[in-house]
Ligand binder design. Structure first.
Ligand SMILES: Nc1ncnc2c1ncn2[C@@H]1O[C@H](COP(=O)(O)OP(=O)(O)OP(=O)(O)O)[C@@H](O)[C@H]1O
Length: 263
């Protein structure tokens, strides 16, 4: 089998104040859309931070192994520290300049206006970031993460705070950014959108991967129709037994069979 991996995580553990929020996480990122799902506090943002290089693992490693690119990884954190006084267009021009630093040819240099158009913000090009709605800021963040067409795009809850139509647009834009040698990794609580757009799923529970692999395969293995069924079968089953705390003091995680982690 050809090695089409874009990134690999191996034995990643991350602790804060001695408490593990990610524990021995290993999986390969392959082309297409991978959705990272799981309950609040299960470690999704931390995992995406590790994958993007923004968070240093305490143990294990995360490695980009995709094609050579002037900008290998694009990242949308939960909160983007944009300059409020820049316009949307100036903001993207700034990221385009950053991405262009290592560009080998002029064709590799992205166009800020095109990046705005991609997320439906062409009409807001001259508006100051400080005057954008929360949803528009989110879309600007997606545009920022995809500038320069990085082979690995990591989006932390791109659809949060968006109305249904804009959520769909955000996910579609993310899915469009994926391709035969491009991977998009996205965290989300919106399982309907995950169902519609994700090729693969990584399900986290209390910092551990409890299922990972192609969505179709995971669903058929579990005898469920969709990602909501998968989530209920694996995670929600133990929610009833949860102590209502942060999910870390409720005893042993549910014993589940981890599938598809190495393919
Ligand atoms: N910088 C930090 N310092 C201390 N604890 C942290 C830090 N970042 C995350 N944590 C803790 O790690 C755990 C996992 O957090 P994380 O944000 O990764 O989860 P999540 O699955 O993305 O949650 P949500 O769905 O609510 O966004 C939480 O208990 C959180 O409080």
């Amino acid at each position: 089998m050809s090695d089409d991996r874009i990134a690999e995580l191996s034995g990643v553990t991350r602790t804060y104040g001695g408490v593990a929020v990610l524990e021995d996480v290993s999986f390969d990122v392959r082309p297409g859309v991978t959705a990272v799902i799981g309950p609040n506090g299960s470690g999704k943002s931390t995992l995406l931070g590790v994958l993007s290089g923004a968070v240093e693992p305490t143990d294990g490693h995360s490695r980009y192994v995709g094609p050579d690119a002037s900008r290998p990884i694009g990242y949308l954190p939960q909160r983007v520290p944009f300059r409020e006084e820049f316009t949307a267009s100036e903001t993207l021009a700034f990221y385009v300049r950053l991405a262009a630093v290592d560009a080998t040819s002029p064709e590799d240099v992205a166009d800020p206006e095109e990046a705005l158009e991609r997320v439906g913000l062409a009409d807001a090009a001259d508006r100051r970031v400080g005057a954008l709605s929360g949803g528009m800021r989110r879309l600007l963040g997606i545009a920022q993460a995809t500038v320069g067409d990085p082979p690995l795009v990591v989006l932390d809850e791109p659809a949060s705070g968006l109305d249904p139509g804009t959520r769909e647009r955000a996910f579609r834009t993310a899915a469009d950014a994926s391709g035969t040698d491009t991977a998009v990794v996205v965290s989300s609580h919106d399982l309907e959108l995950v169902d519609e757009h994700a090729d693969r799923v990584v399900l986290l529970d209390r910092g551990r991967v409890v299922a990972a692999g192609p969505l179709d395969r995971l669903c058929s293995e579990r005898g469920v129709d969709d990602v909501s069924g998968l989530y209920r079968a694996i995670v929600a089953g133990d929610a009833a037994e949860d102590d209502g705390g942060d999910g870390r003091d409720g005893g042993e995680p549910t014993a589940v069979h981890v599938t598809g982690v190495s393919e």
